[in-house]
Design a protein around this ligand. Structure first.
Ligand code: COA
Length: 169
């Protein structure tokens, strides 16, 4: 990897909502587009990357309760994006590490991601899992997705990491 760019990753504030909305909206192939109101309502779950005074990336997370075992919820990393002209400078990794650091204190069973880019997540220690192991995500997320009719043949790869065993953060 190139030397990390001198960017700051910090929790987002309300004034970042429009920039986050634009970052997500610019990547409709890889990301679920979120209405601005949804970004605002969940702004406290976003991290934003700032480089040279500009918003160049963001990441967020969603919580999926585990029925009957609420202490062991699964958390999904969502809305991860780095502006195209700022990729391959370590900013994506920094955003993922910020989310891992945040969710580790919630002590979930696992942090998952569904991605077209498993190579990137492998570099951070995520491992492939079966979509059958994350049926709450399938029911609450995938069945509302308008890109693919069948979550099990959708080309997104399911991956997971135990955020408490991530030691780079
Ligand atoms: C995935 C993404 C966030 C990575 O951001 P980034 O800032 O470029 O990532 P980093 O610089 O931290 O990458 C670290 C390493 O991960 C790997 N990596 C990053 N992007 C990769 C890609 N597209 N394919 C394969 N490996 C990749 C590389 O090893 C990379 O090191 P390198 O730059 O020396 O090749 C960015 O490509 C992106 O915004 N993609 C579009 C949206 C998206 O797919 N989001 C993920 C949804 S789950």
């Amino acid at each position: 990897m190139n030397s990390p760019a001198p960017c700051t990753v910090r929790p987002a504030s309300l004034k970042d909502a429009t920039a986050i909305y634009d970052l997500i909206r610019a990547n409709p192939q890889e990301l679920i587009i979120r209405p601005l109101g949804d970004v605002v309502r969940n702004i406290d779950r976003f991290f934003i990357a700032i480089l040279d005074g500009e918003a160049v990336g963001c990441a967020s997370y969603s919580i999926y309760p585990e029925a009957g075992n609420f202490a062991e919820a699964t958390i999904e990393l969502t809305s991860l994006v780095v502006r195209e002209d700022r990729r391959h400078q370590g900013i994506g990794a920094k955003l993922v590490e910020a989310v891992i650091g945040r969710v580790a204190s919630l002590n979930p069973m696992q942090l998952i991601v569904l991605t077209f880019n498993p190579a990137f997540f492998r570099t951070l220690g995520f491992q492939e899992i079966s979509k059958h192991d994350i049926m709450h995500k399938i029911y609450m997320g995938c069945l509302n997705c308008m890109k693919y009719a069948d979550p099990f043949t959708c080309p997104e790869v399911a991956m997971a990491i135990n955020p408490n065993s991530y030691n780079e953060y």
